[in-house]
Design a protein around this ligand. Structure first.
Ligand SMILES: [Fe+2]
Ligand SMILES: [Fe+2]
Length: 177
């Protein structure tokens, strides 16, 4: 017989719906970064390619973190469908700009869920999401640092190659705890 206490949802149902939407967004981020990695690989920008392969894995990790949290707290997590992944880019700069835009919108989305948690007194989820609040701040900073390199080193020729070689340093200064 199932234990009724275990079946009880300890997160608010409205919050659970938002977390399932967030699972979709993290999955989309993971696929979007994979597409960027592919573009970089094809354009012989191997450091940026590696950067986005790593980012893609991290986003999958974020997705799984939320997925497990929902299921572990009596909710039901849904395996996401991923649509509208962009594969065509004009330049490496456009890729990092798109990545920053993506991170900004994810930050907003996380903040919206935290706001909802506060309204509904869902302290469990609010506490869980604090990790993501910090993570988003770091991810935005990382993309901004990458974009600063374009102002510093230019957007083509040797400058672009040298810029690409600087990308691992951006990730190293941003290792997760
Ligand atoms: Fe994420
Ligand atoms: Fe991210």
């Amino acid at each position: 017989m199932k234990d009724l206490v275990r079946q009880k949802l300890s997160i608010h149902v409205e919050v659970m719906d938002m977390l399932n939407k967030q699972i979709e967004k993290e999955a989309h981020s993971s696929s979007a970064y994979l597409a960027m990695a592919s573009w970089c690989d094809h354009n012989a920008l191997s450091y940026s390619a590696q950067f986005f392969y790593d980012q893609s894995l991290e986003e999958r990790g974020h997705m799984m973190k939320i997925f497990r949290f929902v299921n572990d707290n009596g909710g039901t997590a849904y395996s996401p469908e991923v649509k509208n992944v962009i594969h065509d880019f004009k330049s490496l700069e456009e890729i990092y700009e798109t990545a920053l835009d993506q991170e900004i919108s994810i930050t907003q989305s996380i903040h919206n869920i935290v706001q909802k948690c506060r309204k509904l007194n869902d302290f469990t989820t609010e506490n869980f999401l604090q990790w993501f609040v910090k993570e988003q701040m770091e991810e935005e900073q990382m993309m901004r640092r990458a974009l600063e390199l374009f102002d510093l080193m230019g957007t083509d020729g040797l400058g672009l190659k040298l810029l690409d070689e600087r990308i691992p340093q951006i990730r190293e200064s941003n290792l997760p705890d």
